[in-house]
Write a protein that binds this ligand. Structure first.
Ligand SMILES: Cc1cc2nc3c(=O)[nH]c(=O)nc-3n(C[C@H](O)[C@H](O)[C@H](O)COP(=O)(O)OP(=O)(O)OC[C@H]3O[C@@H](n4cnc5c(N)ncnc54)[C@H](O)[C@@H]3O)c2cc1C
Length: 441
């Protein structure tokens, strides 16, 4: 399919929550080309139990090796934690547990009204709490305990076909039943409407002339590529987008947040939490959330997680961290050519550590009440999968949703523009923002 004469063109970089949403919205008004660094998503296809047997051989010594099992999951290390993100069609939404939570308070404070966009999302996406009907005994008893403890658990709205869910607990390593929704549907929809998709195409930077992006540089199969378009949308995620901007001489801020996650776990024979939909309910606390979650990363890569998965009880803490951190690009900085090395400068601040300690104490108490003695409890790997905030929206940009540092034909439409850590699932809010930006451009 060619480009209609006179039709404006748009390049969308990344096909995750923000990228796929905006590409699908723009296709038609623009001829859209999606440039995606990764390939098609492939779910984890091996037997978890069989692989678990290899843990004692010591072969799972570095979390980054997860990519051998799950090629679309990229793990990067900082001194304090490991960062997890999805590289491939659908971005990190393919690894998400499908939570669909509206959390736009910080945007509302800036005067950004997303009511219409959320309404549309609720109308068009398969958001449901129907999974509750299929809860296992373990989930039901955990929910009842949370209630008894006054923790106000709320059944998590999920991007899910609850009927098709087989309760395998694999939500975060690729739903084998195709029950969980992710943004690959929007990519397919955009293509159906005429958009182009280039996979394995990693954008390295831009050329800017006057106040406009004139060229987008990328590497595909070891080859340099150049693209031109009237409009460029950057949606390479909270870590990918700042890298491309910095390499194009556009500085971001040191305001990276990541929503650090820590699981507190312990032995509970025959609980079978491995057969539970991940994060079936959420308890909102001051600055963090608690939710039942089987942590695959810790299960394979943390030396204390040596039990069978079926006998582990695990509570996840997800923290709203301080917006302090950034990235440093090493080596070549220009936008052309191979991507340079990147260091993620993110540590837990004193306040983050204090909040985490409070949360751990509460999670430990829950486990004790479930029958897991304090002495047998253990912690997981501190990790994070909600990076964002390095080009935060401000009140002055609340109408344009365009940062004045950016050339006039370049917009950012992903977690990078969120103003604050939410300590909560951000997909729905990023999608609402992406829809709004599509309307503006
Ligand atoms: C294990 C896990 C579970 C999660 N569960 C949930 C959940 O249940 N609900 C929820 O709301 N949130 C969840 N999240 C977080 C959520 O998935 C992310 O916050 C969200 O997807 C971010 O959207 P984004 O558009 O900013 O980036 P992403 O979705 O990460 O998309 C970025 C895209 O850009 C591409 N890309 C990166 N660099 C380049 C480049 N140089 N050139 C071209 N393309 C590039 C990537 O391949 C990707 O497709 C989870 C995260 C993890 C890690």
């Amino acid at each position: 399919m060619g480009i209609a004469k006179g039709q404006k063109t748009a390049i969308v970089i990344g096909t995750g929550a923000g990228g796929a949403t905006i590409a699908n919205e723009l296709q038609g008004d623009f001829q859209v080309t999606m440039l995606e660094a990764g390939k098609e998503f492939r779910p984890f296809s091996l037997s978890v139990n069989r692989l678990a047997g290899f843990r004692k051989t010591g072969m799972f010594f570095d979390e980054r090796l997860i990519r051998l099992l799950l090629p679309n999951m990229l793990v990067e290390k900082t001194p304090d934690m490991v960062m997890v993100r999805g590289i491939g069609v659908g971005g990190t939404t393919t690894l998400a547990t499908g939570n669909a939570v509206r959390c736009d308070a910080s945007l509302k404070e800036l005067g950004i009204d997303l009511d219409g966009e959320f309404e549309e999302l609720y109308e068009t996406l398969p958001i449901t709490t129907d999974h509750r009907k299929k809860w296992t005994k373990a989930t039901r008893s955990m929910y009842a305990l949370f209630e008894r403890m006054g923790l106000d658990p709320v059944v998590t709205p999920k991007l899910l076909d609850a009927k098709a869910c087989i309760g395998c607990g694999h939500c975060a390593i690729g739903c084998p039943a195709g029950a969980k929704w992710d943004t690959r549907s929007l990519v397919r929809e955009a293509i159906r409407k005429g958009a182009f998709l280039e996979t394995g195409c990693s954008v390295t930077g831009f050329a800017v002339s006057g106040n406009a992006v004139t060229k987008v540089f990328a590497m595909q199969n070891g080859r340099r590529k150049e693209y031109e378009a009237d409009l460029v949308i950057l949606a390479a995620g909270g870590l990918g987008t700042p890298q491309i901007l910095e390499r194009s001489q556009i500085s971001c801020e040191k305001t990276l947040f990541v929503d650090p996650v820590l699981c507190v776990a312990g032995p509970l024979q025959g609980l079978r939490q491995d057969r539970q939909l991940l994060m079936p309910f959420i308890s909102q606390q001051d600055g963090y959330i608690l939710s039942p979650y089987m942590d695959y990363l810790s299960f394979f890569f943390h030396k204390d997680w040596r039990l069978e998965m079926r006998d582990i009880a695990s509570i996840m803490i997800k923290l709203a961290d301080e917006e302090k951190g950034g990235i440093s690009i090493r080596g070549r900085k220009e936008g052309r050519g191979r991507a340079a090395g990147v260091r993620i400068d993110k540590v837990m601040t004193k306040k983050d550590q204090e909040n985490m300690q409070t949360a751990v104490a509460l999670a430990r108490e829950i486990l004790e009440r479930m029958g897991v003695p304090a002495a047998s409890q253990f912690l997981g790997i501190l990790n994070a999968g909600h990076p964002g905030g390095m080009l935060p929206l401000t009140q002055s940009a609340s109408a344009s949703l365009h940062d004045p540092r950016l050339p006039q034909n370049l917009y950012v439409a992903d977690a990078t523009i969120l103003p604050r850590a939410m300590g909560n699932p951000p997909i729905l809010t990023i999608m609402a923002l992406a829809k709004k930006i599509a309307r503006i451009v």
